[in-house]
Design a protein. Structure first.
Length: 62
């Protein structure tokens, strides 16, 4: 449980990177960059949701 809590600081960083990558359109490839941004954002939200669920289950079982 402790390593997961130590990695949670990465969530805002990944979310910020996804927003920047999604917003920055490279000439000729804006769709690819937007897709990468959406993928990173979905991954970040998924990791955050998983962390919340794990913490809730741990609190209930404790």
């Amino acid at each position: 449980m402790r390593p997961l809590a130590e990695l949670l600081w990465l969530v805002p960083l990944l979310l910020a990177i996804s927003v920047v990558v999604g917003a920055a359109g490279h000439e000729g490839r804006p769709a690819i960059q937007a897709s990468i941004g959406r993928t990173l954002r979905a991954f970040t939200v998924g990791v955050l949701g998983l962390a919340v669920v794990i913490h809730l289950v741990a609190a209930i079982l404790a």
